[in-house]
Design a protein around this ligand. Sequence first.
Ligand code: PAF
Length: 288
Amino acid sequence: MQICRDRQAMRDWRRQAGLVALVPTMGALHDGHMSLVAHARDWLDARGGGRVAASIFVNPAQFGPNEDLAAYPRDEENDLRLLRDAGCDAVFLPSVADLYGPGAQTAVEVTGLSRILMGRLRPGHFRGVATVVTKLFNIVRPDAAAFGEKDYQQLAVIRRMVADLDMPVEILPVPTMRDADGLAMSSRNRRLSPAERAAAPVLNRALDRGARMVADGAGVPAIRAAIRRIIAAEPLAGIRSIDIRDAADLSRIAAIQRPVVILLAVRLGDVLLIDQRVAQPKGDFDVC
Ligand code: PAF
């Protein structure tokens, strides 16, 4: 596995790499990330083969002033071992100084999608994500890039950006990986105390209930109330937001007539966990 610690090294590797699928990450890798690598590999194999590149970069631009960038978990040695074992061909590990040169003043923002939902809780977050993903795409020039469905709004922002800016990259959405008790895998889970970790599957239980109610034809207020009750029964959990939106474009809905996505943001101690579930009312629909 080739380790590229700056933009020049990455560009040099890319020139001889053929078809490339990129897995952008912020490190602290787990099985969810390995599933992104596996999807990237499958996409390449279906096209006759190619190289998987991952990036590890804790992006300061997507952390707000009150969010603890310094506390974000970092474990480079373990990350490199996992990527090597998963058959990754190259990893891009730029420094902040290398990626954001002096005097940088350009940002990319998907204006509508970035300012709703998590974008209201974390102003500037999605502008930071869109900017760094654009930079990664410009440096690595991947043919495809894999992103987890757990970060549903992030995926929507990136798809919109790629479509709006005619970026020649196919976006590969990858289903959420869960621990045996249903907790969505996330690098943030390792910051939970044992008691918070034991409480955290409440998000998945609430989503299960919400999805069943959507299938049974319940309305938005009743579903939100049921989800709120389940989470409120867990003393360590603090609800930040419960949203039920159109699954295709995250627009508001009054009645559920098409597939919806239920989006949760719940605080456990210092850690903000997010999770999501796409749910279908009875009938035949396509989610795009
Ligand atoms: O999902 C993440 O890990 C990050 O937001 C991403 C896409 C790597 C951009 O920093």
